[in-house]
Design a protein around this ligand. Structure first.
Ligand code: ZN
Ligand code: ZN
Length: 359
């Protein structure tokens, strides 16, 4: 099958043939139909985590089951599925607690000693987070899969598997925003825009979108923001305090840098909660005025929106099909696999909407 392979960090991906092994007992072969191009793919292409090469990026895929291993019971040939990097084992202490996003055995790679899932001339090709979505076919562990309704458009499903579950989950599972509350979202990329519509869906009274790019703020209004603050023109903390009078019940931070995390805490009302969704660099430290903790303000994190994919993704598909969840504005363009490098380069000028490769 054809796949876009990374041989050298910082270089373009190369479309070439990759050999796919037969499914092991717990593996599923999928024919990709749509594959989202995410900022994380770009970061990995540039060598952020120095993953093993050659590497097959892409992790937001929807497609059709082509073959299943002998022990697979969750899906059958012909089922429509979405992939998720937030896979689970079902038996570790985190899975037992229902906190699947902290699972300790994600099943992303085969046990040592087995032939690789993907290879070129006998040499292993590493699928990113056990998926490898910039490819015509994926061979994955069954627990990275979520069944989706047959009527769900594949390119819309691809928008859910990463940015969708993270943004919506941050609001629903981590922050636990309730009807009538005020929410500020700092950073209106794919995740932030989904956090905005998550706040709309749970009935937040006021939803303040904060970003530096006007196009993203326009999209934010479309997704349900009641107010938009351009942080390149005004101080966002000051703006939120002026708009609300008291600060917000929830600040959702989707950037992952010191200044915006500190701003998230600074714009809280008494008893407010700042939830950090953005991924900070390991060495990063933030400073908050400790005395404000007496006002019962909280600073917390979330991992991938604390999501439970097999519950959340089918729910979001249902809400989309019922016209209550907006995904169409989050899709900017579809491209063929051959244009993957163009799609990755476009991420340097983010608009908030995703490019999706279609097969
Ligand atoms: Zn992603
Ligand atoms: Zn587990």
């Amino acid at each position: 099958m054809k796949a876009a392979v990374l041989h050298e960090f910082g270089a373009d991906l190369v479309i070439e043939d990759v050999q796919v092994a037969d499914p092991a007992p717990n593996e599923v072969l999928i024919r990709a139909v749509a594959s989202g191009v995410c900022h994380t793919d770009r970061t990995m292409q540039l060598g952020a985590n120095a993953l093993p090469l050659p590497l097959l990026l892409g992790h937001e895929v929807s497609g059709v089951v082509e073959a299943v291993g002998s022990d697979v019971s969750y899906v059958s040939v012909g089922d429509h599925v979405s992939t998720t990097a937030s896979s689970f084992c079902g038996y570790c202490r985190w899975c037992m607690r229902g906190e699947l996003h902290h699972c300790e055995n994600k099943g992303r790679s085969r046990p040592t000693g087995m032939a690789p899932r993907l290879s070129q001339g006998g040499r292993a090709v590493e699928p990113f987070v056990g998926l490898g979505g910039f490819a015509e076919e994926l061979l994955v562990h069954e627990r990275t899969l979520v069944k989706i309704p047959d009527e769900m458009p594949f390119e819309m499903a691809a928008l859910l598997g990463c940015a969708g579950i993270t943004g919506l989950g941050a609001v629903r599972h981590a922050a636990k925003v309730t009807a009538g509350q005020t929410v500020a979202i700092i950073g209106c990329g794919g995740v932030g825009l989904n956090a905005i519509q998550g706040a709309r869906l749970v009935g937040a009274a006021r939803i303040i979108a904060i970003d530096r790019i006007p196009e993203k703020l326009e999209l934010a209004r479309l997704m349900g923001a009641t107010d938009a603050v351009n942080a390149s023109e005004v101080d966002p903390v000051q703006a939120v305090l002026e708009l609300t009078g008291t600060g917000v019940d929830h600040a959702i931070e989707v950037v992952g840098i010191e200044s915006t995390i500190e701003q998230a805490f600074a714009m809280l009302d008494t008893m407010g909660t700042a939830t950090v969704v953005g991924v900070p660099r390991p060495e990063m430290k933030v400073t908050i005025p400790a005395v404000q903790l007496l006002l019962e303000k909280k600073l917390q994190g979330t991992k991938m929106g604390s999501t439970r994919p097999r519950i959340d993704i089918p729910l979001y598909c249902r809400l989309y099909l019922d016209g209550r969840l907006q995904l169409d504005p989050l899709l900017s363009e579809t491209m063929s696999l051959g244009r993957v490098n163009e799609a990755l380069t476009q991420l340097n000028n983010p608009t908030g909407a995703r490019t999706v490769l279609t097969f």
